[in-house]
Design a protein around this ligand. Structure first.
Ligand code: NAD
Ligand code: IPM
Ligand code: MN
Length: 347
């Protein structure tokens, strides 16, 4: 069980440390942790946000626990040298095309979300976000038009096989849950989305037991705060999924709570909180490590089939929250290490 640990920038190392403590506390036979530099820290040490030696470690491991990357000092660099290229590069190089971002309300937090408690209480959804395509990975640039104006451009596209493979992930996820799949697109405006919708409908024929619906992304953003309880599984493209998952995090209380799994074909996966490096609170011991701890639980479940151990971690986090353990993100006063201690104690 080889696990790469890439802590990255900002709060990345702070939250990853707590997740590693949790993994180590389980005393799993055969667990080996291998570290590597990613992001701004890797750029500063090796001249590249995803150095070859890090990519090699990633390839050699069964799973990757990832903190966060992003460093405003690096925002002036050419795009291929920016910290974010570490996570984008790993997703692409390892074929991690299926990003699972579950959002459920924890007991005791119903009053602490950005929604009214009776609205928040019903949330139990999974966002299945495509992670290898879309406008993220198309050609892009800033060019000068003949009349001298600068123009920024990014090419959005999806090929039918890219849509079909994420559709299958969405349908299968729905089969294991309440049997409802909502595909989110912008087919009223974008050709990319029209093809997305057509392929979703074609793939649906293989899943007669799943109820497929379609929603435009603007409406989905609205429905997510109006009545999030209506959603079971949402399947969507890379850009829309990025935005809707941050929004979903506040529907359940904090971005510091949302974990994710990014899967390739098979069991290889990268596991990370959905949040970033949070430069505004980095180095202060204030970050909530729960999203990363919950990502470690997803790692055990999806890469190693250790369902019982994953559930143990999730139960420990839920218990800590139910007992009133909260960081500043939820209006509490506990720091990163204290939250880690609280989860470990309940484990
Ligand atoms: P962010 O997610 O880092 O932070 C947004 C807000 O949420 C901030 O106020 C931050 O303090 C708060 N927050 C985030 N995580 C928290 C936690 N665990 N506990 C408490 N509060 C938390 O998003 P941003 O500010 O837009 O981006 C900062 C940097 O992170 C950028 O460089 C961005 O590109 C990068 N980023 C990286 C990833 C990743 O590594 N996967 C994801 C998102 C953003
Ligand atoms: C995320 C992040 C990344 C994304 C960035 C850092 C490239 O926002 O994982 O949600 O946009 O996918
Ligand atoms: Mn994001």
């Amino acid at each position: 069980m080889k696990v790469a640990v890439f802590a990255g920038d900002g709060i990345g190392p702070e939250v990853t440390r707590e997740a590693v403590r949790v993994l180590e506390a389980l005393d799993l036979p055969g667990l080996v942790l291998l570290e590597g530099d990613v992001g701004g820290v890797a750029y500063k040490r090796h001249g590249h946000p995803l150095p070859p030696e890090t990519l090699e470690v990633a390839r050699a491991c069964d799973a990757i626990l990832f903190g966060a990357v992003g460093d405003f000092d690096c925002d002036h660099l050419e795009r291929h040298l920016r910290p974010e290229q570490a996570i984008l590069g790993l997703r692409k190089e390892l074929g991690l095309f299926a990003n699972l971002r579950p959002a459920t309300v924890f007991k005791g937090l119903e009053d602490l979300t950005s929604l009214r408690p009776e609205v928040a209480r019903a949330i139990d959804l999974l966002i299945v976000r495509e992670l290898n395509g879309d406008v993220y990975f198309g050609e892009k640039g800033i060019r000068t038009l003949p009349d001298g104006r600068r123009q920024g451009w990014d090419m959005m596209s999806y090929a039918e096989d890219e849509v079909a493979r994420i559709a299958h992930v969405g349908f299968k996820a729905a089969q294991g849950r309440k049997g409802r799949l909502c595909s989110v697109d912008k087919a009223n405006v974008l050709e990319t989305s029209q093809l997305w919708r057509d392929v979703m409908i074609e793939v649906a024929r293989e899943y007669p037991d799943v109820e497929l619906s379609h929603m435009y992304v603007d409406n989905a953003a609205m429905q997510l705060v109006k009545n999030p309880g209506q959603f079971d599984v949402i399947v969507t493209g890379n850009l829309f999924g990025d935005i809707l998952s941050d929004q979903a995090s506040m529907c359940v209380g904090s971005i510091g709570l949302l974990a994710s799994a990014s899967m390739a074909v098979g069991t290889k996966g990268l596991y990370e909180p959905i949040h970033g490096s949070a430069p505004d609170i980095a180095g202060q011991g204030k970050a909530n490590p729960m999203a990363t701890i919950l990502s470690a639980a997803m790692l055990l479940r999806h890469s190693f089939g250790l369902e019982a151990q994953a559930a143990r971690i999730e139960a420990a986090v839920a218990q800590a929250l139910a007992d009133g353990i909260k960081g500043g993100d939820l209006g509490g006063s506990q720091g990163t290490a204290e939250i880690g201690d609280a989860v470990l104690a309940r484990l």
